[in-house]
Write a protein of this length. Structure first.
Ligand code: ADP
Length: 421
């Protein structure tokens, strides 16, 4: 089996988002966590997304990691590469979106690539080359105050040219609305005029599909997960990819664990439902601060519960309680203390037969994933929008679902496990 479509994503959740988009388009998809190597197992995946942490890494490091990932994907057969970044073009004045794209184009001996982070489902649209977040220009959105990547300009053409050593033009909405061949002609014209990039306007999913079809012969595409929507069909039209398949859910049948570190309203409502139905236990942050005995006690408690029901361990608390804890221990320190405990507990319980694990909370998911160290995740079916079950390849059996705090309805935990039955 060789890979058809390869992607290099600059962060973990962005990679999952793209992988999930491709699964919904009927491809077999894996997500590789960190740099791939000769031992990387991607099963029978037709699309592989490499998840790096390169968004705010030093430029040279980000470029090198991205090139290594791209070369590996190409060596495994990838005919097309997506350089995936955030739909709000999260980057600094130095990059890393521009330098990574430049290096990828150079490694291919030049060429032309689209720049299209639009994601209409999340209200990220591009018009006249300007990126909008809902009704606001990117530079007027909350992204202007982001601690690591403040976005103070909304012109993608200017942003790209400021980060890149190459020229960037615009393919406006009226061209997109004329259809894929008009977009192709506009891209060819820009390339003939010495441009290496073209920002493409997109307001709707239909626009993204047109752009995807227009990119069928491009070795490199840069953008968000939206622009990938139209790509699987190109491979089908070329006879390289079969009919859309429905990804199989993981087949694990071992013990079920929910770990919740998110203090969001949605997660706390989900915890309330779980409390009424399953064994649950709160992680006491004050006890954690006293030493690791609490971690041992939590693991012992989990092991003592019946195996016939899911169990829930949670640190989630209401805003007043969280504030009090943060005032006592410090915001970062409290968070890290909980995340460390979550990681140790998850890894210990996974070793003891809990092979279906659901995590609530973005940072908490990061901590648990780091502790469980899966190398590759096969992406299965969505449980709720943007939250798929995944299955670790090449290690101990593990079905893993990672949910950011505010996702899902009150019954989400039970629904997630039911989806595996
Ligand atoms: P969300 O997706 O809702 O933002 P995260 O897991 O990303 O959830 O963030 C929640 C943060 O709050 C984590 O750093 C977690 O360790 C921390 N946390 C969880 N429970 C508590 C608590 N009781 N007191 C203080 N911090 C907590």
């Amino acid at each position: 089996m060789t890979i058809l479509l390869g992607a290099v994503a600059d962060d973990f959740t962005g990679a999952t988002d793209l992988a999930n988009t491709l699964v919904k388009e009927g491809m077999r998809v894996c997500q590789v966590l960190g740099a791939p190597n000769a031992e990387t197992d991607y099963g029978d995946a037709e699309a592989v997304v490499v998840a790096l942490k390169s968004r705010t890494a030093p430029v040279a490091e980000a470029v090198e990691q991205s090139l290594t990932a791209m070369r590996w994907l190409q060596a495994e057969g990838a005919k097309q590469i997506i350089s995936k970044y955030c739909s709000t073009f999260d980057s600094t004045a130095d990059g890393n979106i521009g330098p990574i794209a430049d290096a990828m184009l150079d490694a291919q001996g030049g060429g032309f690539a689209f720049v299209c982070p639009a994601f209409p489902a999340n209200k990220r649209t591009i018009y006249q080359g300007h990126l909008f977040v809902g009704p606001d220009l990117l530079s007027d959105s909350s992204m202007k105050d982001h601690p690591l990547t403040p976005m103070r300009d909304a012109s993608l053409v200017r942003l790209m040219e400021a980060q890149s050593s190459k020229r960037c033009g615009l393919i406006p909405l009226e061209t997109v609305r004329e259809g894929a061949s008009a977009v192709q002609a506009a891209a060819d014209q820009l390339a003939a005029d010495g441009f290496s990039y073209g920002v493409v306007d997109a307001l709707t999913d239909d626009d993204l599909r047109i752009i995807g079809y227009a990119a069928k012969d491009h070795a490199l595409i840069t953008g968000g997960s939206g622009v990938a929507t139209g790509l699987p069909k190109n491979f089908r039209n070329a006879g390289l990819l079969g009919e859309p398949i429905t990804a199989e859910q993981p087949s694990m049948t071992g013990r079920r664990l929910v770990m919740a570190g998110s203090c969001s309203t949605a997660t706390r409502a989900q915890i309330d439902v779980a409390k009424a139905n399953w064994p649950t236990r709160m992680i006491n942050v004050h006890a954690l601060a006293e030493g690791d005995a609490e971690i041992g006690a939590l693991i012992d408690w989990a092991m003592a519960q019946g195996a016939d029901q899911p169990i829930l361990l949670y640190s989630s608390a209401d805003p007043a309680e969280v504030k009090e804890i943060q005032a006592q221990y410090g915001v970062t320190e409290a968070g890290e203390m909980v995340e460390r405990a979550m990681g140790i507990i998850a890894s210990s319980l996974h070793g003891a037969g809990f092979d279906r694990i659901l995590v609530a909370g973005g940072e908490t998911s990061g901590a648990v994933t780091t502790a469980l160290k899966p190398k590759t995740l096969r992406i299965a079916q969505e449980i709720a929008t943007g939250v798929p079950w995944t299955e670790a390849l090449g290690g101990a059996p593990l079905a893993l679902a990672l949910k950011s705090g505010n996702f899902g309805g009150p019954n989400f935990f039970a629904e997630a496990f039911e989806a595996l039955e």
